[in-house]
Design a protein around this ligand. Structure first.
Ligand code: ZN
Length: 265
């Protein structure tokens, strides 16, 4: 058998064996890793990370995140995760979700929110990455690459973006591809609406960061690209999200106000 045949056969087997449909968007994705192993890795990385970057003792911040997290979790319908939500003490302006539903929002990020619905928008975006298993998808492409698949034309651009796998220096904080960001935005928009938060808040929140001046972009934006395109994409799907929101029986609107990082509970 020629090498090219072996490579193509390997690609075919991998593709047939490892396809998954992303919840809420219906996109077909390559998935060669198991949810169980991703979740295990996520849980141990999260526990280790919390030793260095401690959960805050600010009870109101933890309470508002618990409320948002629980409603987003319920809206996702994902029951296979051991969900955990923590506000971590750090000036870093960011949030993340490790595989298996391990969510964290930094105190530095809390200061960027005007209300609970904006927090919901960021949490739902991170949960979107988790339920779409973007980390597992990246690591799957990476596995294909290591099989020598980088030359396969159809996969050319994807593999370059997947060299950052799970587990390397909390690699999930490294930038996702634009495709994954857009998908997490879309899932997040639907999730926050289903959870009872006004999805208009997502558009308003990201608009605040759309300065058009890259020198002003902080750490949040280096891992979560934010520009006019992003706001436009969200706006494009806002009507669908508003429809979902209108069907929610327990609406929270914008929730409580958040002033200087302090939820007005
Ligand atoms: Zn993201």
């Amino acid at each position: 058998m020629k090498t090219t045949h072996i490579i193509l056969s390997a690609a075919l087997i991998a593709a047939l064996a490892g396809c998954r449909t992303v919840p809420m968007t219906g996109r077909s994705q390559l998935m060669l890793s198991s949810a169980a192993s991703e979740n295990e890795l996520g849980a141990s990385a999260y526990n280790e990370y919390k030793q260095q970057t401690k959960p805050t003792s600010n009870a109101n911040q933890q309470a508002v995140l618990a409320r948002v997290g629980n409603s987003i979790k319920d809206a996702s319908g994902e029951t296979g995760f051991a969900w955990e939500f923590n506000v971590l003490e750090s000036d870093t302006v960011n949030a993340f979700c490790l595989p298996g539903g391990k969510v964290a929002v930094y105190t530095g990020m809390m200061r960027k929110f005007s209300n609970e619905a904006e927090l919901a928008c960021v949490v739902a975006h991170e949960v979107g990455h988790a339920i779409a298993r973007h980390g597992g998808e990246r690591s799957s492409w990476s596995q294909l690459q290591s099989l020598g698949m980088s030359g396969v034309a159809a996969y050319g651009n994807e593999t370059a973006q997947t060299i950052y796998g799970i587990g390397t220096e909390y690699g999930l904080m490294l930038p996702y591809s634009r495709k994954h960001e857009n998908e997490a935005d879309l899932i997040g928009l639907y999730l926050m609406a289903k959870a009872g938060y006004d999805p208009q808040a997502a558009v308003d929140f990201w608009k605040k960061f759309d300065t058009g001046n890259s020198s002003k972009l902080d750490e949040l934006l280096s891992t979560h690209p934010c520009d006019a395109t992003r706001v436009a994409n969200l706006s494009e799907h806002l009507a669908e999200a508003q429809e979902i929101y209108s069907q929610c029986a327990a609406k929270r609107g914008l929730g409580v106000a958040i002033v200087d990082g302090q939820p007005q509970m």
